[in-house]
Design a protein around this ligand. Structure first.
Ligand code: AMP
Ligand code: GLY
Length: 421
């Protein structure tokens, strides 16, 4: 069987790596892929990004099913297009992907269906937005409505920052159409967790839990990023918390979408904030796997993922029970110089260790130029270590990280720290 993975990040490398381990797979294509998927003998990069051209490729190559990594093609309707051509694809339709592609849609949806989240209001008028900020005070959170590649959220600790964010998005048009409308919401304190499930339209299958590290620097300092590392499982999601999140957030979301006339298929990722009293609230929805959460999650998955995806496409996820490695996986992102503002490209990467049962390196922003591996984006690599405790997994991951060299490399030394306490 042949499979296509759409995307070029560390998430897609990890998904393709996992799928290629299946005995049932003959070939995994990655479109467009990266330097790591290019180097793996079991994977083949395909230089196509246009959805219609990808559908043609799938037909020509007799590809059995397609898995989509990033949000942009989902929001553009790649699932609608593939299905209209009778092709098997796992992901949300354009309509379902609005849970991620419009914060205003997601907030109104949560309010309508009683799903716990921060109180909010939406604005397209700057004067009204400024007045709302003044009326509510800081800290307060300003979000661009549309997709902004992880840059559209400002957690403003002062009124000054909040007003500046409103001006940046509404008056200076910093995110174009994506920021023509903004959501202003209550600041929530607590600990975050990533709660990701697969949905086939009828059934829900939870993936292993995980926790991301959004800030660039150790001890959660510095600017927000796409994610500097993640580990799985996340101890804060106890079995009781898991049951509660399913009951209060995940199931009402799938049912709410159905009530609104939208069948949800694909990954549903609830970004949670769990307060000091242990109440989970939804910060955001994504309609895809997380990056870098996917890397430690796939490193722990023991089940054949091809079979799981087939069930997901056929509406039979109720027949699947996922088997997980009992070890903890810690994934450390190595980012380029200048990330997140202006990542430098073209630095030569050396020393990536050979994969072992305790350590695997997934590529993101890498490419091979004249036979040499170079940086080619903000997040460059994610080194995943596995161990019987968070500490032991950290040790494995950082032994890998310490072997890798490229100029200007930035990474955190404390990925998984909340799980060590
Ligand atoms: P989002 O893309 O909505 O998940 O926001 C990115 C990050 O901003 C989250 O992972 C949180 O760290 C932070 N954040 C978002 N919304 C809030 C909120 N209401 N209160 C506190 N922090 C938030
Ligand atoms: N790691 C956060 C995200 O994928 O959105």
């Amino acid at each position: 069987m042949k499979i296509l993975v759409v995307g070029s990040g560390g998430r897609e490398h990890a998904l393709a790596w996992k799928l290629a381990q299946s005995e049932r797979v003959q070939m995994v294509y990655v479109a467009p892929g990266n330097g790591g998927t290019a180097a793996d003998a079991r994977l083949v990069n395909v230089d196509i990004t246009d959805p219609a051209a990808l559908a043609d490729f799938v037909v020509a190559e007799h590809i059995a099913l397609t898995l989509v990594g990033p949000e942009a093609p989902l929001a553009a309707g790649i699932v609608n297009l593939f299905r209209s051509r009778g092709l098997k694809i796992f992901g949300p339709t354009r309509e379902a992907a609005q849970l991620e592609s419009s914060k205003d849609f997601a907030k109104a949806f949560m309010q309508r269906h009683g799903i716990p989240t921060a109180t909010y209001q939406s604005f397209s008028d700057a004067a009204q937005a400024h007045a709302y900020v003044d009326a509510n005070g800081a800290p307060i959170v300003i979000k661009a409505d549309g997709l902004a590649a992880g840059k559209g959220v400002v957690v403003a600790m002062s009124l000054e920052e909040a007003h500046a964010a409103v001006d940046h998005m509404l008056s200076d048009n910093a995110f174009g159409d994506a920021g023509a409308r903004i959501v202003i919401e209550e600041f929530l304190a607590g600990e975050e967790a990533s709660f990701i499930v697969m949905c086939d339209g009828k059934h829900v299958l939870p993936m292993a839990t995980s926790q991301d590290h959004k800030r660039l620097k150790d001890q959660d300092q510095g600017p927000n990023t796409g994610g500097m590392g993640a580990y799985s499982p996340a101890p804060i999601v106890t079995p009781a918390m898991h049951a509660r999140v399913m009951r209060e957030i995940i199931n009402p979301t799938i049912q709410g979408m159905a009530k609104d006339g939208i069948t949800f298929t694909g990954f549903l990722y609830a970004g949670l904030m769990i307060d000091a009293e242990g109440n989970p609230r939804t910060l955001e929805f994504n309609c895809r796997m997380g990056d870098p959460e996917t890397q430690p999650i796939m490193a722990r998955l023991k089940s054949d993922y091809v079979t799981v995806l087939e069930h997901a496409c056929n509406g039979t996820l109720d027949q699947v029970e996922l088997e997980w490695d009992r070890r903890t996986a810690v994934g450390v992102v190595m980012a380029a110089a200048g990330y997140p503002d202006s990542p430098r490209k073209g630095d030569v990467i050396e020393g990536i260790p050979v994969e072992t049962p305790e350590c695997v390196t997934f590529h993101a922003g890498t490419q091979v130029v004249d036979g040499k591996l170079q940086t080619n984006g903000g997040r460059v690599l994610c080194v995943v270590g596995l161990g019987d405790s968070v500490k032991m997994a950290q040790k494995q991951a950082y032994e890998g990280v310490d072997k890798i060299r490229f100029d200007g490399a930035q990474f955190r030394r404390d990925i998984g720290w909340r799980g060590v306490r």
